[in-house]
Design a protein around this ligand. Sequence first.
Ligand code: HEC
Length: 247
Amino acid sequence: MTNRILAPFVALLLGVASFASQASGGGGLMESHVNLGDQASLQRGAKYFMNYCAGCHSLGYQRYSRMAADLGLTEDEVQTWLNFTGAKFGDTMKSAMAPADGAAFFGKAPPDLSLVARAKPGGPDWTYTFLKSFYVDDSRPSGWNNTLLPGASMPNVLWDLQGTQRAVYGQDELGAEHISGFQLAPAGRLSAEEYDGVVRDITNFLNYVGEPAAMKREAIGIWVILFLAVFTFLAWLLKAEYWRDIH
Ligand code: HEC
């Protein structure tokens, strides 16, 4: 009897749970496990971004000075190690490449990445998966293709770190060919785990850039929870004190 009454509720709960996990997974994306509290990772991500990505991509909503403050870097460190365009410390982080040139070189202007970690389905996991999904494709003008963004005009700029990723083909139930996996030949300068770390750092940095205020909000959140915990304890002490005479 109880089972029959409970069953619909259990089914509903399971349904909600599976929907929630699908929504957060974004469908076939790898989990990036980004962490805004990991400042060293954010600093490395900024370094990789400025070295490997900023030649083509701008962060038009982010200023060098704001990045310095949020990531615990000095003006000197930023201007020496992270700013290669001669921009002022207070300027936004624009790429040296004009969008029109980008469109001429790659067939498509490299988009501004300020909001990419928020705009894509799956959030930062999309960027993480994208950077791990390049494979050699001689039919493409750049020589590269990407399983997450088929026909992407971006080459795999991290290939010397990752290695040359090649598609392995398999057949589905209907006999159609599809990419079933990847293999590295030749291998890159980094091991697979090291490469994942680099991609995670870049994704962590772009996730920070997508919402710089989130960092402060999360830090304040911890104090709010602590305050509530202490307050609850005091309230409980007070209650015990009041009720002592009544019992
Ligand atoms: C040589 C120029 C170039 C470099 C360097 C480069 N990209 Fe790109 N990127 C592009 C182009 C061109 C596109 C547009 C691809 C398309 O839509 O077909 C793109 C697209 C993207 C997208 C998808 C954006 C969207 O809105 O669809 C992401 C994310 C991205 N790049 C991240 C990076 C990261 C991270 C790096 C550094 C590791 C990097 N890119 C380095 C040229 C570049």
